[in-house]
Design a protein around this ligand. Sequence first.
Ligand code: F6P
Length: 247
Amino acid sequence: IGEGEGEDKCSYIQIINGGKKFITCNIKGYLASRIAFFLLNIRISSHNIIFTRHGESEYNVEDRIGGDSSLSNHGKQYATILSQYLSNEFDQTYINLWSSDMKRTRETVKTYLDSNDENHLKYINYTEHKELSEIHVGICEGMTYNEVKEQYPQEYQARSIDKLRYRYPQGESYLDMIKRLEPIIFELERTDKPVVLVAHRAVLRCLISYFLDLPAEEIPYLDIPLHTVLKLTPASYYNKLEKIKLM
Ligand code: F6P
């Protein structure tokens, strides 16, 4: 489409020189404007994203969901091993380090930050993001899955039938989370540095599924083990995901 061409015939979005120039023509309505906004925010990048869950938490040990518990001893061990891994991976490289604002992710990240001297800390840009909090489980806060099954059998059943759309009473669904993670996805698309993102099981399911282009129905079942680094390497038409078990 040449300059000025097609104005009276069609609607289009033209991205020139890998995003240096952006032309929209006859873009009207919600969906088309969302697509334009999305395209404005993505770029072809070559940096890695390292995803990991926090180290094992006290609630993980008891198989409880929700809450804001601290790391278990095992989880603290992972935080140390992870910081060694990150120091080897990013020696004198500027990185963005993101975590949720929950205790278990903060504690995991703190071990890494504390292991760096001032000389190295200048390479790490650390920010906390409220959007990266784990799925809110509402009335099931602090329960085990068995307790949910006993005390709220209908809720348990409804979730097993449609885990993607099921919303915990006074809590969230996976679809709610996907919405709240949109700004994070834009930031991940936009940033020009490697990112290390320390978050939670359900959150990482949503983010990684986006980058692997997985069908929505598969999102709530993606395997995101504890004590494992998930390294995403972008390419033009697909992203590669490596699972590196550290413990
Ligand atoms: O058990 C750990 C945890 O992060 C919980 O806090 C959260 O509710 C759950 O995993 C999410 O996984 P699922 O959607 O499979 O219940």
